[in-house]
Design a protein around this ligand. Structure first.
Ligand code: BGC
Length: 295
């Protein structure tokens, strides 16, 4: 039997099939139908499901279940997305709607929790008992591995470390609260700040900083300082063995990782700092993690 997983993001819906050896045997993606309502999202997911089965030459009967990763808080037991601001999903009964369409058992998980599961199962967090996955993209996501298992929140809502408040009364976050880590440490922050210097997108800011542009260098320095404070707070809270960082900004390689490690070390309470590494499951982490929780 195989499992199907979705990673529903505000730009694209990615989907894939994981075989019994936990190998991703095929994947596809389609644009997220922004502004067209929940049923349009279910229709895209259904189309992806059919396309995947066709490509993998599998029948519907060979799929044991479906997992769905979403960028927001979830009621795991009932498969309801409580708040995913980037999707405009609020109290959306995603498992029920997908089940109606696919007639398969459905599980729902936060996207960063899915990435943490994937990294713990097959990637950079493999073998750890206490570790943290942080995804840096449009938002900041986080998944915690505690005692060798994904911690899904004390009340079953998952965890939302991207919304820990870094600045009192600071920048407005997409969640409506001011000063969240997400408003300072997501790639979106680099893009927004870079726009005032005519730079277009986080990658352009990073490339300009690499090339020695003074404005971009200052933006990048401030970003690393905020991200360092954020990670140091997580280290001081959990004393994890390892933190894995995922997302497009990791493409900056040692230009990001070296000053970041030094910054966290300065703010770390403990004598030694945990390892801070780049995630290895990459863009597929959300799909893989979603498949791993599929019934
Ligand atoms: C959401 C998280 C999500 C993260 C990354 C945040 O805005 O609140 O649930 O994991 O974005 O997508």
């Amino acid at each position: 039997m195989v499992r199907v997983g979705y990673d529903i993001g505000g730009t694209n819906i990615a989907a894939g099939i994981l075989d019994e050896r936990n190998v991703l045997i095929c994947k596809k993606s389609m644009p997220f139908p922004r502004g067209r309502g929940t049923q349009a999202v279910i229709d895209v997911c259904t189309a992806l499901y059919r396309a995947l089965l066709t490509e993998a030459a599998l029948s519907d009967a060979e799929v044991s279940g479906v997992g769905t990763a979403v960028p927001g808080s979830v009621d795991i037991e009932n498969g309801v997305v409580i708040d995913a601001h980037n999707l405009d999903f609020h109290h959306t009964p995603l498992a029920g709607l997908l089940h109606e369409s696919l007639q398969k058992p459905i599980a729902v998980i936060n996207d960063a929790d899915a990435a943490a599961l994937a990294e713990h199962g097959v990637g950079a967090l493999k073998g750890t008992e206490t570790s943290v996955m942080i995804t840096i993209g449009t938002g900041i996501g986080g998944g915690l591995i505690l005692n060798g298992q994904l911690f899904r929140g004390g009340r079953g809502n998952g965890t939302e470390p991207g919304h820990m408040v870094l600045r009192n009364g600071g920048r407005l976050c997409t969640c409506g609260i001011h000063g969240c880590a997400e408003a300072y440490c997501a790639a979106t922050r680099l893009a927004k700040d870079g726009a005032s210097f005519g730079l277009c997108g986080a990658k352009e800011v990073i490339d300009a900083a690499k090339a020695g542009n003074p404005d971009a260098s200052e933006l990048f320095r401030a970003f690393v300082d905020d991200l360092g404070s954020y990670l140091a707070s997580i280290v001081n809270l959990l004393d994890p063995e390892r933190i894995a960082i995922g997302g497009g900004v990791c493409g900056a390689g040692s230009f990001l990782m070296e000053p970041l490690r030094a910054n966290v070390k300065e703010k770390c309470f403990f004598e030694t700092c945990p390892e801070i590494v780049v995630a290895t499951a990459g863009n597929d982490a959300g799909i893989i993690g979603a498949c791993l929780i599929a019934p």
